[in-house]
Write a protein that binds this ligand. Structure first.
Ligand code: NAP
Ligand code: GDD
Length: 331
């Protein structure tokens, strides 16, 4: 049975990747950091089928010990401080986790077992102020946030350890991918959840920032499949995963409100608090290399993604007791 160690297993992608790897017959080791309250909501359904172990990307020794003890065949490094606005308010922490954390894991692999295959969760945020449209694996980076800068470091240290130490280390440059398991602070889930709350009569407005920014949005389960595909190749290389379509934040909002039969202009309030010090205006990826070499395709259209997220939040509010406690996140 192949064995995979996944950092960030409590996050959106970690939980879907664990689902996927279990389906492929893997023994899954999920790394979680210590916290005063357990946050296993996204992995509750598979908790009995995976091994949950403690470790932290801030702590080198914990990573070395985990690899020594569990001897995985593959490591998926999905852990990060991944929210762009927090990277402006906590830039040094973001650098420690999202940038230097990658080096700590690569060094742990180099020390314990150089045969371990390594996946690094790189990001389209690295393209930032885009140098060409659409973006490809060859497009130069110009990050626009401390998070983007940290991800550029993570990308290049992955390439550097591959070239220096002959590691099977891969950087996956993934464009935005969403799902009902997305954190409430990210735009698509904030909109889906906000629309559902308005429908349920729990609130009447949704406060947002820049509606002009454009993103290439896909469905998260498609993207974790691509991560696994990258590690099954004969040679390590870097790949970009995207849908090849770009849509504005405003379009996302309009389709979400249309879906429940409401006029978005009556409910959305523009709040300068949600504007960023520097914005990434336009992301759209060209996934031709992944299509050709991995056989990867996305399966969910933009419109279907918006609707499935709204439906999931409507169902969540209707079916559970959270109706009165569902959080109204203000980040
Ligand atoms: P997410 O939901 O924010 O999950 C992040 C995970 O990292 C959580 O499990 C978190 O643990 C863990 N983590 C944070 N700091 C840690 C530390 N010091 N040590 C160990 N674990 C730590 O992110 P996601 O959307 O699943 O994204 C997964 C990865 O892909 C991230 O690296 C992200 O930057 C990258 N990425 C995401 C997208 C996207 O659109 N989703 C696109 C490109 C790249 P807690 O639960 O304890 O907080
Ligand atoms: N979060 C948020 N909240 N974003 C808003 C809001 C709001 O109220 N109003 C407008 N936006 C705009 C942001 O300015 C941004 O242009 C866009 O919506 C998307 O924001 P997020 O959903 O927070 O995602 P992101 O694009 O900044 O970053 C995500 O995708 C990256 C890949 O490109 C994260 O998942 C990153 O971790 C990931 O690397």
């Amino acid at each position: 049975m192949p064995k995979a160690l996944v950092t960030g297993i409590t996050g959106q992608d970690g939980s879907y990747l664990a689902d996927f790897l279990l389906g492929k017959g893997y023994d899954v080791i999920g790394v979680v950091r210590r916290s005063s309250t357990v946050n296993f909501d996204r992995i509750e359904h598979i908790q009995e089928r995976i091994q949950i172990v403690q470790g932290d990307l801030l702590d080198q020794v914990s990573l070395i010990h985990l690899l020594e003890e569990h001897r995985p065949d593959e490591v998926y490094n999905l852990a990060a401080q991944s929210f762009v606005p927090t990277s402006f308010s906590q830039p040094a922490l973001t650098g420690e986790v999202t940038a230097l954390g990658v080096t700590r894991m690569l060094d742990a692999i180099r020390i314990v077992d150089k045969n371990i295959r390594f996946y690094q969760a790189s990001s389209s945020e690295m393209f930032g102020k885009v140098q060409e449209v659409p973006q490809s694996e060859k497009t130069p980076f110009w990050p626009r946030s401390p998070y983007g800068v940290a991800k550029v470091y993570g990308h290049w240290i992955t390439v550097n350890y591959r070239e220096s130490y002959d590691l099977f280390a891969v950087s996956g440059i993934l464009f935005n991918h969403e799902s009902p398991r997305r954190g409430l602070e990210f735009l698509p889930r904030k909109v889906a959840h906000g629309v559902a709350r308005i429908r349920a009569g729990l609130s009447s407005e949704l406060r947002l920032g820049n509606l002009e920014a454009r993103r290439d949005w896909g469905y998260a389960p498609d993207y974790v499949r691509g991560m696994w595909m990258m590690l099954q190749q004969d040679h390590p290389d870097d790949y970009l995963l995207a849908t090849g379509e770009t849509h504005s934040v405003g379009e996302f909002v309009r389709i979400a409100f249309d879906h429940i039969g409401l006029d978005w202009e009556k409910h959305v309030v523009i709040d300068p608090k949600y504007y960023r010090p520097a914005e990434v205006d336009l992301l759209v990826g060209n996934p031709a290399k992944a299509r050709k070499q991995l056989g990867w395709e996305h399966s969910v259209s933009f419109e279907d993604l918006v609707r499935l997220m709204v439906d999931a939040d409507l169902a969540m509010l209707e079916e559970t007791e959270t109706k009165h406690t569902s959080p109204n996140i203000n980040w």
